[in-house]
Design a protein around this ligand. Structure first.
Ligand code: ATP
Length: 390
């Protein structure tokens, strides 16, 4: 087990800054995921930790040792990369056994012990029936599981896994996710897992670093990233459908007294009886009184152009007329019945809102509905910088 740290790490390829001043602190025994869209620098970060690339700037530590100049072989890591290559002249058994055979003396392992470990991991990954085959006789998904078995058969300080389930069919992928997480927790090996699939990262990792354009946008637990995304990039990358971002403007009006209903207290509106002249003016006549201290802070900081961020499940939809704070009369555009739930598409000016509803409620395209946003859970983001304001 080991702690892995990156301090201001930079990696450039010519003019491309693939990794831009990245700081990470991955705890001993943690399942840590690097998550982000294609090209954001996840694989390069993993290759730097593996020692397959060298940083232009910064330091990489495994435990308290700087490993910038340490050869990959001497870092005590095991890895699976996207373009894994199996040894074509070896059987599946020999491929998986290879990392143990090549260190047999150092690891003090008998032939029987090696066989036992190979069988164990092959069974775990559901490939025990393929042990006598050669890689050319396997499907892509089977080859990927052999590559994974070859990495997992060892118990190094760190496992580095780059999209190790990408070639598996959807059903097997879901099964393997759970199994891999169980194995990692059982053995407690520090694991860094690269993926562009937020569901995979959210389901498996203890903590996630969301990367964007070579930088770390936010590090947090799945819950933290979901409920308090640091900026609009994270807000819309995590969650499916993504968070709705509604364009609004903070404006000063005639002072008015509002009574914030109990179910809406807190959040962006404050609590109880609120006297405020600062209002969030959104599309389609949606006006939301802001908590006075929050409102003055936003105006003082020149942050009047904002997005109101509301998760798809944090909006109630009513067929009967309703009025009150945070209520909007509108029409359903498109209905997406997904079996376990229904997603309603609703236009709000240029913004398209996606709203999650329980399955079985019948909505028709064109139908008039009343939306009530849960303002306790709503967030505000700067339209200038994208960062979370409140
Ligand atoms: P993907 O999910 O598509 O694998 P990624 O997030 O892992 O993407 P990286 O492979 O780390 O992204 O690439 C980050 C950036 O660095 C990209 O712009 C990529 O084109 C560039 N890059 C990566 N490797 C090289 C290389 N060897 N030479 C030049 N540019 C590279």
């Amino acid at each position: 087990m080991a702690r892995v740290r990156l301090e201001k790490v930079v990696k450039k390829y010519g003019k491309v800054v693939a990794v831009d001043r990245v700081d990470l602190d991955i705890r001993d025994g943690e399942f840590f995921s690097l998550l982000g869209p294609s090209g954001c620098g996840k694989t390069t970060t993993l290759r730097l930790i593996a020692g397959l690339e060298f940083p232009d700037e910064g330091f990489i530590y495994i435990d308290d040792r700087v490993v910038n100049d340490v050869h990959p072989k001497d870092r005590d890591i095991a890895m699976v990369f996207q373009n894994y290559a199996l040894y074509p002249h070896m059987t599946v058994f020999e491929n998986i056994a290879f990392p143990l055979e090549s260190r047999r003396k150092a690891l003090n392992l008998s032939k029987d012990e090696i066989k036992k470990r190979v069988l164990e991991i092959a069974k775990f990954l559901g490939i025990e029936e393929l042990l006598d085959r050669y890689p050319s006789q396997l499907s892509g998904g089977q080859q990927q599981r052999v590559a994974l078995a070859r990495a997992l058969v060892r118990k190094p300080k760190v496992w580095l896994l780059d999209e190790p389930l990408s070639n598996l069919d959807a059903k097997l992928r879901v099964l393997m996710r759970g199994e891999l997480k169980r194995l990692q927790k059982q053995l407690g090996i520090t694991t860094i897992y690269v993926t562009h699939d937020q569901v995979e990262a959210m389901g498996m990792a203890d903590r996630i670093a969301v990367m964007n354009k070579g930088r770390v946008a936010q590090v947090g637990t799945p819950d933290e990233l979901y409920s308090r995304p640091a900026d609009t990039f994270v807000a819309t990358f995590i969650g499916s459908p993504p968070m709705n971002l509604i364009q609004c403007t903070v404006v000063e009006k005639q002072p008015l007294e509002y009574v914030v209903p109990l179910e809406l207290e807190g959040g962006v509106m404050g609590s109880g009886r609120v006297s405020t002249s600062i209002v969030l003016e959104c599309r389609e006549g949606l006006n939301i009184p802001l908590d006075p201290s929050l409102g003055s802070k936003l105006l003082g900081e020149g942050e009047s152009e904002v997005y109101l961020g509301v998760r798809p499940e944090d909006t109630l939809v009513f067929k009967e007329a309703r009025s009150g704070l945070g209520v909007l009369k509108t029409r359903v555009e498109v209905v997406e019945p997904l079996g376990s739930e229904t997603i309603l598409n609703i236009k709000m000016g240029e913004d398209l809102l996606k709203i999650r509803q329980p399955a079985g409620l019948a909505f028709q395209p064109g139908e008039e509905v009343y939306l009530e946003f849960n303002l306790r859970k709503a967030l505000l983001f700067s339209r200038k910088s994208g960062r979370l304001l409140a």
